[in-house]
Design a protein around this ligand. Structure first.
Ligand code: NAD
Length: 410
């Protein structure tokens, strides 16, 4: 398996020829995170024994604003992965033009093996570990894979206890009761559907919206809400999966019904594997689970006309090349799933002002930002004859290095 951070650096290399000589030093600096935090944290298990866990936080770049990025609990979390994810956060925030830098955190753990009390103690311990390095104007964590608003609530409590005052703007993705934003839960999915609609409007060869067949890998926060809103907009969601397998029906699925069944039985009534889902005869393929789903091994068999990356880093650089040669458009993660961080930014802004917005106001503001970001990138795709990913990176990397230059870091 290729290293996620190596993949991220390859993506950076690909845009280097499009930026002038004056960006060379900035590009070199952008290959290394500003700060890496790594520590063993320890909690008491329910059986009274102590257990330690490796914890990471990588603060990649803060030239455009405070560091921003989620915290992931997953057995495969590694420093390499956290570095890559923090780099992509930096790029993503610049793609949508919000004033944040990029960071990420994580613990290699399978949270399903912990009791609720153990999960709470682990989240408190993680927050304690990062407390000196986070804050509204320093670094703002949020949920990611296997972390949710409850975990943010625990982390906020631990942080506020430590600093001695209320600081809700330190975390986003909080429960509404603790200053979370209306619309944050569904924001990433809403943003993805907005981008897809814009793409389909612009591309004459793309399938028409109604009846467009979509396969979604992953039915977590991102995959579910994407599929839910896609169906509401008239798209036909024909396949969806969880980690154990997928369900496929060429006539179209009832996404909410699939989720209800998963919640009832603990799994999807699978009739295909996750690998099979990736090569189904669909118009749009939506990887919404984890990294490295589309690789050199399966990219040649992808039948979709467009890949909309709702997960972070689901396509390896080798697969990207294969898809480009086969004229399959890849709408990159740094654009497609940026709706989540956009509404996190709104949550932070609401916390700092103490004034809260209605859900429709939040989602309309989000859609406006996503449409602008798509169109900026679309313009560059046509002007420079590059892929959507290259266009997004050219635009974002230029913005980041411009900020580094203005600060005199370069
Ligand atoms: P989640 O934990 O809610 O859901 C993950 C889903 O992926 C689950 O349905 C799980 O069963 C499935 N899954 C896990 N391993 C799989 C495998 N090998 N094959 C197929 N499915 C598998 O996580 P999430 O918040 O939905 O995040 C999903 C992706 O989106 C991650 O890459 C995350 O970094 C990215 N992302 C999340 C947000 C957000 O707002 N939550 C925002 C931007 C990007």
């Amino acid at each position: 398996m290729t290293s996620a951070f190596d993949n991220a650096k390859k993506q950076l290399d690909q845009v280097t020829p499009f930026l002038g000589e004056e960006y060379a030093r900035g590009l070199k600096l952008l290959r290394t995170p500003q700060k890496i935090l790594s520590k063993k944290i320890s909690i008491k298990l329910d059986n009274g024994k102590d257990k330690s866990f490796q914890a990471f936080r990588v603060q990649f770049n803060d030239a455009r604003g405070p560091f921003k990025g989620g915290v992931r609990y997953h057995p495969n979390v590694s420093l390499d992965e956290v570095k890559a994810l923090s780099f992509w956060m930096t790029v993503k925030c610049a793609v949508v033009g919000i004033h944040y830098g990029g960071s990420k955190g994580g613990i290699p753990v399978d949270p399903s093996t912990l009791s609720c009390g153990e999960l709470k103690r682990l989240s408190f311990a993680y927050s304690d570990f990062v407390a000196p390095y986070i804050g509204p104007w320093q670094d703002v964590p949020a949920p990611d894979v296997n972390t949710d608003s409850q975990i943010m609530a625990w982390m906020l409590e631990a942080y506020e206890k430590k600093v001695g005052y209320q600081a809700p703007a330190t975390f986003t993705g909080k429960p509404i009761e603790l200053g979370g934003s209306q619309g944050r839960t569904e924001a990433t999915g809403v943003g993805g559907v907005t981008v897809l609609k814009e793409y389909l409007k612009k591309c004459p060869t793309s399938p028409r919206l109604r009846g467009t067949r979509i396969a979604v890998q992953g039915i977590g926060n991102v995959g579910y809400w994407f599929a839910h809103f896609a169906q509401k907009e008239g798209f036909k969601v024909v396949a969806i999966s969880d980690s154990k397998g997928g369900i496929y029906d060429p006539r179209g699925l009832d996404v909410d019904q699939v989720l209800r069944e998963k919640e009832k039985n603990g799994r999807i009534k699978a009739n295909i594997t996750n690998e099979e889902l990736l090569t189904l005869p669909v118009d749009v393929l939506v990887p919404a689970a984890l990294e490295n789903a589309i690789t050199a091994q399966n990219a040649g068999r992808v039948k979709a006309k467009c890949v909309l990356e709702m997960a972070n880093g689901p396509t390896t650089p080798e697969a990207d090349e294969i898809l480009a040669k086969r004229k399959i458009d890849v709408i990159p993660d740094v654009l497609a799933n940026a709706g989540g961080v956009t509404v996190s930014y709104f949550e932070w802004a609401q916390n700092l002002s103490g004034y809260y917005w209605e859900k429709e106001e939040v989602l309309n503001k989000e859609r406006k930002i996503m449409i602008k970001a798509f169109n900026d990138i679309y313009k560059m795709v046509n002007e420079k004859k590059v892929t959507y990913r290259q266009a997004a990176f050219i635009l974002a990397v230029k913005r980041i290095i411009d900020a580094m230059m203005l600060r005199g870091r370069v």
